[in-house]
Design a protein around this ligand. Structure first.
Ligand code: HSE
Length: 307
């Protein structure tokens, strides 16, 4: 077994409209790179971060904290060095911290001959999310580790369910270059919902899961609704309403806020439609004067993987 590996850590879309804190998906073509190597020096050393300004102290770095949680869990006496090649910008809403946390625990577990299962890895990676956003949510780290669509059926105990997705399903994501910290965009949310809102939300969540299982694209589209979080958070995202309306006209099944924003995601059947949706998003954002990135990607079936 080699003492050093290089992994791809996928970007993820959390919530997917109707599944706040429980639903997420991994992207196939967008993500960070990470090199992890064994050392005899105890603990975690972040040796390099390329592409973003992030702390090198392990206790202040998402990958470091998640890695340390794993070493403590196993009572492992030696250590690891981590080199992070950051492509996903922090505060983008496509799981930047989750990619780092998931990549670290997955790679260390691999180098130790996989003593832990994927749910245990999610649990440890959640420590990284806690550092980043004050809340140990799993809806980004679960798809980052499992790949595909995942449902957090329960947090206590942690129960992650993989949901199969039709192969023709594509995600288009636009990332306006403004930063919205997850911690801040959680503070503005209400902590109570009405029974009527609950009924609408769990109806949509069930509909989306059923649509994914049965490849019913119309049902997937109809279920991409969120009347609880989206109305509050979308105020922070320029042109959100216009994008939502226009991507539908361009053929998207539906769209919503990616994670805590500011990124907006849309799901489409087929790459051609997803590219048309990307062009629509681009046309709208070009009128704002804001810089933005756009990604078109199939759903990533694997999660963190060796490269
Ligand atoms: N479920 C989390 C939130 C995801 O919306 O706050 C953050 O990416």
């Amino acid at each position: 077994m080699s003492n050093e590996i290089r992994v791809f850590c996928p970007a993820t879309v959390a919530n997917i409209s109707c599944g706040f804190d429980v639903l997420g998906l991994a992207l196939e073509t967008v993500g960070d790179g990470m090199v992890v190597r064994k050392t005899t020096h105890p603990g975690i050393r972040i040796t390099k971060v390329v592409g973003q300004e992030l702390p090198l102290e392990a206790e202040k770095n998402v990958a470091g904290v998640a890695g340390l949680a794993l070493l403590e869990n196993l009572g492992y006496q030696e250590g690891f060095e981590i080199e992070i090649h950051k492509k996903i910008k922090p505060g983008s809403g496509i799981g930047s911290s989750a990619a780092s946390a998931a990549g670290a625990v997955w790679a260390i577990n691999y180098l130790l001959d996989t003593p832990l299962n994927r749910t245990e890895l999610v649990n440890l990676a959640m420590q990284g999310e806690k550092l980043a956003s004050n809340v140990a949510h799993a809806d980004n780290v679960a798809p980052a580790i499992f790949g595909g669509f995942t449902l957090v059926r329960s947090y206590h105990p942690l129960d992650i369910v993989s949901i199969p997705a039709p192969k023709a399903l594509y995600a288009t994501v636009i990332h306006p270059q403004i930063e919205i910290k997850t911690a801040d965009s959680r503070k503005i949310l209400k902590t109570n919902i009405t029974l009527a809102q609950g009924i609408q939300q769990w109806g949509n969540l069930g509909g989306l899961v059923a649509g994914l299982y049965t490849h019913d694209y119309e049902l997937i589209g109809r279920s991409l609704e969120d009347h609880i979080v989206e109305p509050i958070r979308s105020i922070l995202i320029p042109e959100f309403k216009t994008v939502k309306e226009e991507v539908k006209k361009a053929g998207a099944l539906g769209s919503g806020i990616s994670g805590s924003g500011p990124s907006i995601f849309a799901l489409s059947k087929g790459e051609k439609t997803a590219q048309r949706v990307a062009q629509t998003m681009k046309d709208i954002y070009e009128t704002t004067g804001l810089d933005f990135d756009i990604h078109v990607s199939p759903i990533g079936t694997e999660g963190v993987k060796l490269i």
